[in-house]
Ligand binder design. Sequence first.
Ligand SMILES: [Zn+2]
Length: 476
Amino acid sequence: MRLTFHGAAGRVTGSCHLVECGGRTLLLDCGLVQGGPEEEQLNRAPFPVDPGELDAVVLSHAHIDHSGRIPMLMRQGYTGKVYAQQATTGLCEIMLKDAGYLQEKDAEVETRKRERKGLAPVDPLYTVHDAERALRQFHSLRYEEVHEILPGIRVRFRDAGHILGSAIVELWLSEGDTTRKLVFSGDLGQPSTPILRDPALIREADAVLLESTYGDRQHRSREDTLEEMREIFAVARAGRGNILVPAFAVGRTQEMLYVFNQHFSDWGLEHWRICLDSPMAIQATELYARHVELHDEETVALRERGANPLAERLEFIRTPQQSRALNRVRSGLLIIAASGMCQGGRIRHHLKNNVWRKDCHVIMVGFQAQGTIGRKLVDGNAYIHLWGEAIRVAAQVHTVGGFSAHADQRGLVEWYRGFENAPPVWLVHGEDEPRVRLAARLTALGRGEVSIPVAGEQIELGKLPARCGAGTPPGL
Ligand SMILES: [Zn+2]
């Protein structure tokens, strides 16, 4: 009974861990590595187990850095199921097909470049067709229900409050008389995130894998963040330029729509033409609106009063023609577009058309991984490169950290303190600095041992002390 760290050990993308139990193998997440070209080469590396031999995939949530390599598994012979929360399945339908399309396009461009140099063509990582095939192998589970997915392996999803359908994964692994409970935090949301419920607290585990994206910092308070936004809009209005908000199509976009709607008059948004320019974000927004059973109390109350907090007073920009028409508008636009780290999607066109103007404002509301265009903007680079062209950054770039979909250091520590039996914890899904800082805080609690694993490292789960009562999952 063993866990091997494969991806997202020392980085925030490419989440993937291998679990072996009673001769079965299971992948916990199967995400794409995102970042610059060098990082993305890692996606072509072999899986930790032959996909033809793999028995199951358990997916924490739909974000591509957790789900984006799943179609590659099918392409390489995986025939088993992918267990995911219901809304995660719905979101993956949107996101994996889009990812397949982007992979095809990237391979086409790369092949053309290589042909001119007399080199062989490149294959896409996967295609839209592979993504569609992969979706047929998804099996949806609800929160709070225990399911035996393989002999001796039981799983339960709990709400992680990060994006719609996001789950903390509880796994009970049994081999002979030995049972151990592994808890994988997935990505944990911030308490009080709009639309979503707060992350569930788990009382018991024998081993915990904890994300650490923001393990080294505290987010600004919600009130300060909203005030910061109000000030940015006031300054931007005086300058009369356009405002760009790069946002992940799933999660951040819906949160932005919600807060824009909530603070519409306070922030003077009636002076802006608000455009959601991302077909994928539009689809995801419609899915968020449909899954009313997953909404928090505040959102339910708004809906009961007849409000539609995700679709009021904004334009959905669907076609490329509509999107291109925005290029001619010099002032008064507030464009929300994907991708969140500016590596793809329509936001790049808007950056190209606006970022060299000093009256333009760019509001960065999400995490920016190393090597991405978004990170270059946040770091204050004087130029960014788009389609091989150097573009001067004259725009005012604002980094508003308080909207993060991830818990900050305090949130992570508080979530861990919810465990009553002081389980050992392994920090994943974070760069090294945040992991070291979070480890210091967790160690200071004087509870479970804290480790910072590297890729390839293993935990012999069966050899860990049993801490969970009789070790059996509830209801069985
Ligand atoms: Zn995520």
